[in-house]
Design a protein around this ligand. Structure first.
Ligand SMILES: [Zn+2]
Length: 413
């Protein structure tokens, strides 16, 4: 075929293809409009229907007449850099129930999300099953409360509620042995990856911590959910010591500050010394603190059904928990945290006076980790931890700390 003919053919097919696509788009638009009309006000017959319907049949005829050539006819060079507009997803509903895994005995692990804010918060009940069954009561009451008072949920928060983290233990009864563990007889609050060892204790009684960190489906599923949602704060409910505990790693998280805020609001004492005589290895909030997430354990005062007074002090604590903000270094003095050092010496030691386009210098304040920078300060940019490490040519992320200056995306807060 001569080039001219070819071009002409391409043009024809091009026009044909465009028309077909246009018509298909129009057809879909019509179909959607029509479907929407059905769920909308009744009796609204749109005059467009008569006009659009016949062209829908045209689409079919045209489509059959466009052969494979269309594909071969458009190979030419159009991989342009036009960004494809991302369709806006429909808004999330206020409440959503979800299943995040299954237990050893195949019971669903059930969660609820209330609110759609950017700051995720988790409240987890009954990791110790039926032995601490009244913690299910507290988390369920919290769910009911915010369903009825959704205006009280801070708009920046998405609240995730897990009423029953250990459903098999709950089903097994309320005693301290079979009711407390999962169906593998593992204490699920000794199974997390923080100083884990195979045997720990409850009080002084030995308990199994599983065959490895996260050997149990209940803890592995909860870990995955937590890492996916990266909450700013987490409460695990227990009973019945009537205190608040914080996690072990205060360098990498604001667990201590969170526990202080909850203690102040509930009136439970913040017990910083742990439980004397108990081997609490593999504990959930210790692990959370080590991965940069602030977690606290609230111990109710009783193993019985909670009374109104105890519910009220916990509701106060939960409100404080939802309002709680991790202390942002430099909030009072924001300009001080982002500096352009005169020498522009980033941590890789290569002096560059100007930051790369789209980036700025950031001098790391006290107690701020690279993870915190990625997940909090830079949560609006899409940078990952690996990318940040790469960008700054960081050889050992563990050696980066307060006073070091790194490049971060310009849109970090
Ligand atoms: Zn417990």
């Amino acid at each position: 075929m001569h080039t001219k003919h070819r071009i002409l053919t391409y043009v024809i097919y091009g026009v044909g293809a465009t028309t077909v696509l246009g018509l298909i788009g129009w057809g879909i638009g019509w179909a959607l409009g029509s479907a929407a009309g059905k769920s909308g006000a009744a009796g609204q017959t749109s005059p467009e229907i008569e006009v659009v319907l016949p062209t829908a049949t045209v689409t079919v005829t045209m489509a059959t007449s466009t052969p494979v050539v269309v594909a071969t006819a458009t190979p030419e060079p159009t991989p342009t850099h036009t960004p494809t507009p991302t369709p806006t997803p429909p808004p999330l509903p206020f409440e959503e129930a979800f299943i995040y895994g299954t237990s050893v005995e195949d019971r669903p692990l059930q969660g609820y999300r209330l609110g759609t804010g950017a700051s995720a918060r988790f409240i987890v009940g009954a990791i110790h099953g039926g032995y601490e069954w009244n913690t299910v009561e507290v988390v369920s009451k919290t769910l009911e409360y915010y369903r009825e008072h959704r205006e009280e949920l801070p708009s920046n928060v998405a609240l995730y509620l897990i009423p029953l983290a250990n459903p098999d233990g709950y089903a097994a009864g309320r005693d301290a042995i079979v009711g407390r563990t999962n169906a593998h007889s593992v204490d699920l609050n000794r199974n997390w990856d923080y100083t884990w060892q195979p045997t720990a204790t409850h009080g002084i009684r030995p308990v199994s911590a599983g065959t490895a960190p996260f050997s149990e489906p209940e803890t592995a599923a909860l870990r995955d959910l937590l890492l996916e949602k990266r909450p700013d704060a987490v409460i695990f409910y227990h009973s019945a010591m009537g205190v608040v505990f914080s996690g072990a790693d205060r360098e990498n998280s604001f667990t201590y500050e969170l526990a202080e805020a909850i203690a102040a609001a509930t009136g439970y004492r913040h017990q910083t010394e742990g439980i004397p005589g108990q081997i609490t290895t593999g504990d959930a909030i210790d692990w959370l603190s080590s991965v940069g997430i602030a977690g606290a354990e609230i111990e109710l005062t009783t193993h019985a059904s909670i009374d109104e007074a105890e519910w009220q002090r916990n509701l106060n604590g939960i409100k404080a928990f939802l309002d709680w903000q991790a202390p942002q270094a430099g909030v009072a003095d924001e300009g001080a945290t982002v500096e352009t050092p005169s020498g522009g010496v980033p941590i890789n030691g290569q002096p560059t006076p100007e930051p790369l386009a789209g980036y700025k210098w950031y001098t790391i304040p006290e107690k701020i980790t690279l993870s915190y920078i990625v997940y909090e300060i830079c949560q609006n940019s899409n940078i990952t931890l690996d990318e940040l490490v790469e960008l700054n040519q960081i050889a050992d992320p563990d050696l980066v700390g307060a006073g070091d200056t790194i490049l971060i995306p310009e849109d970090c807060q």
